[in-house]
Design a binder for this molecule. Structure first.
Ligand SMILES: Nc1ncnc2c1ncn2[C@@H]1O[C@H](COP(=O)(O)OP(=O)(O)O)[C@@H](O)[C@H]1O
Ligand SMILES: [Mg+2]
Length: 235
């Protein structure tokens, strides 16, 4: 579904991503691991044209979308669920969700909202509440639901488990498994190795802006050279 070929992202003199190539299949969760500062967020932002791309090619379902602006990428089927969720805490849950279908006719937005409420039943009666009043796990669910409002072929998630309780992490895991099960491609940036082990067949390990290792998650995590050098405590 997604092919990233030799992506380079630089903020002025700081080269955050140095020739990263990766592939994500429909119906699977592809993991991207790595320490703080490894270039995970910059990779996702580079794919979504929200960070300065200095080179590389992005292909979605065989279509070259390199250089398309973020709105066009969303329309083409790439949704981003950003680091720290980025909900509007003072806006209602419903208005946060509707932003995910921004630009579509009212009827379409309403239909997608209904689908979001089908998937996240507990949200249905809480749509008028301020998003900031929800727990961290609930806010993450809303952020994911908002990303799904564009009916993406591919969802990029940036550390969705960050700051959540173990129970909330399990809930996020179930949501992501469900999204992939529906045939969507999911790219999961995480520092939570357990979550990647649980959800992903394939993962990439980033270090200093490069792919330091990639392959089947079981093999990657069994390789102590990889886990010790790039992932910190794993076991
Ligand atoms: N907006 C920015 N301006 C300048 N440097 C940045 C910016 N965003 C990230 N960086 C730098 O790029 C590198 C990779 O950061 P990032 O992609 O956020 O890593 P990660 O998500 O893996 O923690 C870091 O050295 C970081 O300081
Ligand atoms: Mg990050």
């Amino acid at each position: 579904m997604l092919t990233v070929d030799n992506l380079t992202v630089a903020f002025g003199p700081t080269v955050a991503v140095r020739g990263v190539s990766l592939h994500a299949e429909a119906g699977a969760v592809t993991g991207v691991l790595g320490a703080n500062g490894a270039g995970k967020t910059s990779t996702l932002l580079g794919i979504h044209n929200q960070a300065p791309r200095r080179g590389g090619r992005i292909t979605l379902a065989g279509v070259d979308v390199t250089g398309h602006d973020t709105g066009a990428l969303v329309a083409a089927g790439i949704a981003l669920c950003p680091q720290n969720r980025r909900l509007f805490p003072n806006m209602s849950i419903e208005d946060n969700l509707l932003l995910g279908a921004y630009g579509h006719p009212r009827k379409v937005r309403r239909a997608r909202l209904a689908r979001a409420y089908d998937r996240f039943g507990w949200l249905r009666d809480r749509g008028a509440e301020a998003a900031g009043r929800l727990s961290g796990g609930q806010q993450q669910a809303v952020a994911i639901a908002r990303a799904l409002m564009s009916e993406p072929k591919l969802v990029l998630l940036d550390e969705p488990s960050s700051g959540l309780s173990p129970v909330a992490v399990d809930e996020v895991a179930a949501i992501l498994a469900d999204i992939a099960h529906d045939g969507t491609a999911v790219v999961l940036v995480e520092q939570n190795v357990r979550l990647v082990r649980h959800l992903c067949d394939t993962a990439y390990v980033l270090a200093h802006g490069k792919v330091a290792a990639s392959g089947p998650v079981t093999a990657l995590l069994r390789d102590s050279a990889v886990s010790d050098a790039y992932l910190g405590t794993v076991h």
